[in-house]
Design a protein around this ligand. Structure first.
Ligand code: 13P
Length: 252
C-alpha cells in the first residue's frame, strides 16, 4: 500500500562531471515511478543541472534548506529557490547537520513546515547516538525529536511525510542495525506518529532506514513491515549499485 522510496544522499561528494555521468547512467534504468520513488539528494551546486537531465522516473532532492523564503542569511538556500529550479525533495534534520551545524529540533520543525508550505517533499531524519542506545534511551530520544519536529504539521502533511530512521552509530561505520532492531524502532516511530496524529495518517506515512545500507543487507531491511525504503549514503555513490537498490525496492 505504501510506495517504496529509495533515496541516495551524496553528502559532500562528486564533481560536476561525476554527477552528470551518474545521472546519465541511472536515468533510464530505475523502475517506474508508479512502483518506486527513486531520489538523488545532491549538493546544491549540481541540483539545477541534474533536474534538467532527470529521467521521468528519477527525482532530485536537496540535502538541506533554510526555512525562510529570503533574507540576510549568507550562504543559505531557501525553499523558494529549490522550488524554482524543479527540486522536489529535501532532506531535513540529518544527524550530521544537527551535530555539526547546530540544527535544533525547533529549527528542524520550522524547516519541515516551510518545506510543506512550498510544495517540497521533506525527508525528516531522526535517530539516536550510541551512548543513548546503550543506555536504553532510544525511544525517549526519538519520541522527543518527533514531538518537537512534527509540531504544528497537518494530517495531510503527515500522510506525505517521509521519515528516515538513521541511528547515528550506524552512519558511515559499516555497522548496520540488524533488520530486527531497525524494524523495532521504525515501528515505534509509526506508533508515536499515530499517537501524535492518528492511525490512518501514520499508516500512510513512509519510513526509511538509513545507516550503512549495502547491497548485502537491503533485502532483509526492506522485508520488514514498517521499513518502506532506504536513505543511502556511501553506497549510493555508485550508479550501478544505486540502480540495484531501486530494484530491491521493487520486490517489496
Ligand atoms: P551511510 O549509508 O554512508 O552509512 O550514510 C547514511 C546516511 O547518513 C544517509 O543519509
Amino acid at each position: 500500500m505504501r510506495k517504496p522510496i529509495i533515496a541516495g544522499n551524496w553528502k559532500m561528494h562528486k564533481t560536476r562531471d561525476e554527477s552528470l555521468q551518474f545521472i546519465y547512467s541511472v536515468n533510464e534504468q530505475v523502475p517506474s515511478i508508479d512502483e518506486v520513488d527513486s531520489v538523488i539528494c545532491a549538493p546544491f551546486v549540481f541540483l539545477r543541472s541534474l533536474v534538467k537531465r532527470q529521467g521521468e522516473n528519477l527525482r532530485i532532492g536537496a540535502q538541506n534548506m533554510h526555512f525562510s523564503e529570503n533574507g540576510a542569511f549568507t550562504g543559505e538556500v531557501s525553499p523558494t529557490m529549490l522550488k524554482s529550479i524543479g527540486v522536489t525533495y529535501v532532506i531535513i534534520g540529518h544527524s550530521e547537520r544537527r551535530a555539526m551545524y547546530n540544527e535544533t529540533d525547533e529549527t528542524v520543525n520550522k524547516k519541515l513546515i516551510s518545506a510543506f508550505n512550498h510544495g517540497l517533499n521533506p525527508i525528516l531524519c531522526v535517530g539516536e547516538n550510541l551512548e543513548q542506545r546503550e543506555q536504553g534511551l532510544t525511544e525517549e530520544v526519538i519520541g522527543n525529536q518527533l514531538r518537537i519536529n512534527l509540531h504544528g504539521l497537518t494530517f495531510n502533511n503527515i500522510e506525505n511525510l517521509v521519515i528516515a530512521y538513521e541511528p547515528i552509530w550506524a552512519i558511515g561505520t559499516g555497522k548496520t542495525a540488524t533488520s530486527d532492531v531497525a524494524e523495532e524502532t521504525c515501528k515505534f516511530i509509526r506508533n508515536t506518529v499515530a499517537e501524535l496524529f492518528n492511525e490512518e495518517v501514520a499508516q500512510k506515512m513512509r519510513i526509511q532506514y538509513g545507516g550503512s545500507v549495502k547491497l548485502n543487507n537491503i533485502d532483509e531491511l526492506l522485508a520488514q513491515p514498517n521499513i518502506d525504503g532506504a536513505l543511502i549514503g556511501g553506497a549510493s555513490l555508485d550508479p550501478h549499485d544505486f540502480i540495484k537498490f531501486t530494484y530491491a525496492a521493487l520486490k517489496k
